[in-house]
Design a binder for this molecule. Sequence first.
Ligand code: SF4
Length: 440
Amino acid sequence: MLRRRVSFHTLGCKLNFSESSTLARQFAEGGFERVAPTAEADICVINSCSVTEHADKKCRNLIRRLHRRNPEAIIAVTGCYAQLKPQEIAAIDGVDIVLSNNDKGDLYRRVVELGAKGRQIVTSCTTEELTRFFAAFSGGDRTRAFLKVQDGCDYCCSYCTIHYARGASRNLPIAEAVAEARRIAEAGQREIVITGVNTGDFGRTTGERFIDLLRALDAVEGIERYRISSIEPNLLTDEIIDFCASSTKFQHHFHIPLQSGSDRILGLMRRRYTTARFADRIAAVRRRMPDAFIGIDVIVGFPGETEADFRTTYDFLTGIAPAFLHIFPFSERPGTPAVDLPGKVQASVASERVKRLEALCDRLHGDFCRRTEGTESAVLFESTMRGGMMFGFTGNYIRVKAPYERAFINRICRVRLGAMDGMHDLAGEIVRDNGETERL
Ligand code: SF4
């Protein structure tokens, strides 16, 4: 008899979070009890990431920890690491099921069928199957839902294995995305993050356009906010920027991968833009939305990156002044062209560069948040409570913190923004209907 407590452990990107939410829903509908990741469980589901060697290692450690804590539990591993190195995962003690990304949606059925300890290693994955399977996912389990509208990538950045792990670019038809957004609205969630591997590349399957998806979603009643999880700079068109600026639902929040501020390194990375084009896109966003939160991905220590290249990146980012930097030390992925590039950067040099960018990020993020101190903003408070505090985000993605009060959860409230409280939060005061503020 299969026992019923299931825990979920999601590593990596918002896409994985979206898919884990869908899996959790399947288990809930089947009568399983979802327990916290730290609780004892009968089934442990791990949705893995393989963006770096560190991500693989983190997954292996997690599996070992879960097995030690739950020696009798069924351990099922899926996601990008499972897709790329299934045998490596299958060899770890305690693992019962390894499913490729393709088979991810079948995980619930396979766990139920397994029913008792056994071995079932499934690794097959074809593009056709990936396409067929795709539409099964979307989800979310909080105030904010993740709606997966696109999967896979047709680009071939020289450091990336995602196009092997996730297959060719494909999309959910707009009509299905809208139906899913309506379902999310009916479930009471107010905000949707539109996710994908290469989200802006939407339309490969159906020939539809990303901008038309945005327009269709904008019309869904009950959803008050949308965010685009990430968009490549070469796909961020004026049309998309203008639409986001004029919509009352699309938030002034953009996550745009740069990866390097050196055109020479961008060429080696096989990225599809120059720094001039990138700067032009940021300027276009700022012209229409001066208050926009702009988050930027950067890879540090790519083969051939000299101190001068790094300095160019540093200066470029200082000039752009984004609100946040997501910094990744370069990680060599077997089978990618970057492996054969000369000029490997020593780990100690890469980690020193990471630290310099982290310090820059702290300064830029603080500057961005402090500019809003004393202003009013709409904040959607989420249900998570930590240390008696509730947290929510402004439209332009500043995290606001206030003492927990249930009446304000999952509601968009008018909030006067106070001073920085720690490195990442602003203290907030709710503005009451009579215009008075109240420290919560
Ligand atoms: S755009 Fe480049 S880095 Fe991003 S998933 Fe596609 S190949 Fe990988």
